[in-house]
Design a protein around this ligand. Structure first.
Ligand code: G3P
Length: 226
């Protein structure tokens, strides 16, 4: 399962893009609003940090068909290749998705809360569908079960991939990986929690202490190089 970073915070993007195996960054209007300032400069900076080969997902804010199409083309022209246009799962969104997919523009149908919405988005030609796992779980619904249903539907012959989104815990990320999500987009804090383990930290500290007790300040590299 591919991993993406769900933020527009430049410091977090720099850090995780340097050290973690992420394939891209996702944003939405709320995420961009959280950072504030010059939104065009922000998006350009994100593209500059991740480079031209990683995915950048940007959501439209227009609501009328013609304006969404115009906005989608402008977003892709502005941010270059490997930019995916996020289109909310609505009636007009499905029509936009069909048109943009026919034009060769990658569409992520977003704010997906049901397998039915994902089925429609896949038939409209979406590259990704983005189901909101935590927002479902938070309403006593089965977010992971919805991902599982979508994975089964898509396995019947669609090229559409699941980009699971809206995570509050690292456990949810593992759960959707186990039921067939193709990708997940994760906040910085949840991504940190995927790696964090106190026993890893104490193990590493133990290795360092044992080495120092036996070999002092020498490193293995120094000894090999002579
Ligand atoms: O990409 C946005 C989606 O992940 C929603 O996340 O945390 O606002 O439910 P959240």
């Amino acid at each position: 399962m591919k991993l993406l970073l769900d933020t527009a915070n430049l410091e977090d993007i720099k850090y995780f893009n340097t050290y973690y195996p992420i394939v891209g960054v996702t944003t939405n209007p709320s995420i961009l609003a959280h950072e504030g300032g010059d939104v065009l400069e922000l998006l350009k900076n994100i593209r500059s940090i991740i480079g031209p080969d990683k995915e950048l997902h940007v959501q439209v804010v227009e609501t009328e068909y013609d304006r969404i199409i115009e906005e989608a083309h402008a977003i892709v022209k502005f941010l270059g290749k490997n930019t995916f246009v996020k289109i909310p799962a609505t009636g007009v969104g499905l029509k936009v998705t069909s048109h943009l997919s026919d034009m060769g523009i990658g569409v992520t149908v977003t704010a997906v809360l049901s397998a039915g919405q994902a089925l429609l988005a896949a038939n409209a030609g979406a590259h990704y569908v983005a189901p909101y796992v935590s927002r479902l779980e938070n309403l006593c619904d089965d977010g992971v079960g919805v991902i599982s249903d979508i994975a089964e539907i898509l396995s019947t012959g669609y090229s559409t991939e699941i980009l699971a989104a809206s995570f509050k815990t690292a456990k949810e990320v593992l759960d959707v990986a186990l039921v067939g999500a193709h990708a997940s987009t994760i906040s910085a804090s949840v991504l940190r929690n995927l790696l964090a383990h106190t026993t890893t930290d104490t193990s590493i500290a133990g290795f360092a202490a044992d080495w120092k007790n036996a070999f002092g300040e020498h490193t293995l590299l120094e000894l090999i190089k002579g």
